[in-house]
Design a protein around this ligand. Structure first.
Ligand SMILES: [Zn+2]
Length: 302
């Protein structure tokens, strides 16, 4: 098929098991997700790469959740110029996220790579799992590199005692838009055999970067083949992934009301309107005087 463009595949992820269930793998292509995040937040190159890696990484973790209503969130709280990097995914392949300072662009590293580690800086990686229980489960590790893939692997090994291999990649066009993005996660579960793990480690060392593989037209399935080599795997889930935020006018109206009667009155008399921007997706919600008054009455009326 000479006329098909191999480097642009629809975003999707594949969740597979191998070696009698002792190896768990997830691979994803996420170009559309990362490009939408870039467009919504107007991120500059280093910020696009950092946010794209976080969005892709959290989608991989989301795929491992057991139930559809569960969610997982990554918060990279580093001291670099990006500020906070936040990404949240559902078990069903929806993801949203933001960076505190989207207009961050640092010179590339001497190796020509986007300087994500430097932009994130030193600090803490928080992983918050909402498993539908009363309280979300929060745990953290220090950031080991700020490059995000290594930090996630460290978190999984240290905090969840699951030896894991994580690869995340975002490549950009010269105009800053997203050329390719994707990721790969492999976990060794109890019972995994040393010789199989040694083979995987060796193949991982020789493996091309995720974005190079995607550029060659190798999607999630080929990435798993490359990493697992002779090991057969079973796909247990395959689904599209997309940028989606659960915010709504009603929810933000509720947020305005929660400011209280006094503050609402002040907004009405001083500004006569309010504009709220959803941090996660950049969507703007405007409330005019009449709508604000209605919210105020809703409060007063109980
Ligand atoms: Zn939103």
């Amino acid at each position: 098929m000479p006329d098909h463009t191999p480097d642009r595949m629809p975003d999707h992820l594949l969740h597979a098991v191998a070696a009698q269930g002792t190896l768990m793998a997830v691979a994803a292509s996420t170009r559309g997700v990362v490009e939408e995040a870039r467009r919504r937040h107007d991120t500059w190159p280093t910020a696009t790469a950092a946010l794209g890696r976080a969005l892709t990484g959290v989608l991989l973790l989301g795929a491992l959740l057991k139930e559809e209503r569960q969610r997982v969130m990554l918060e990279l709280a580093g001291d670099g110029p990006l500020g906070l990097v936040v990404a949240e995914a559902t078990a069903t392949g929806e993801v949203r996220g933001y960076v505190q300072n989207p207009h961050t662009d640092l010179p590339r590293t001497p190796q020509g790579k986007l300087a994500v580690g430097e932009a994130v800086g030193k600090g803490t990686l928080w992983v918050v799992r909402d498993l539908g229980l009363r309280e979300p489960y929060r745990s953290s590790v220090p950031l080991v590199s700020g490059e995000i893939a290594k930090d996630l692997a460290y978190y999984l090994a240290r905090s969840e005692q699951t030896p894991s291999l994580v690869a995340l990649g975002v490549s950009l066009e010269s105009d800053g838009s997203v050329h390719n993005a994707g990721g790969l996660l492999l976990q060794a579960l109890p019972g995994a055999r040393d010789e199989e793990l040694a083979g995987i480690e060796e193949r991982a060392r020789g493996m091309a970067a995720v974005t190079t593989q995607l550029d060659q037209g190798h999607g999630p399935e080929e990435m798993l083949h490359t990493l697992l080599g002779p090991l057969e795997f079973q796909v247990i889930a395959e689904r599209p992934v997309y940028f989606r935020c659960g915010c709504s006018r009603e929810r933000l109206a509720g947020a305005l009301q929660s400011l209280g009667e006094q503050a609402l009155k002040q907004i009405i008399t001083e500004d006569g309107q309010a504009e709220l921007v959803c941090r996660f997706c950049g969507e703007k919600y405007r409330f005019d005087r009449a709508e604000l008054s209605e919210l105020l009455h809703g409060l007063a009326g109980g």
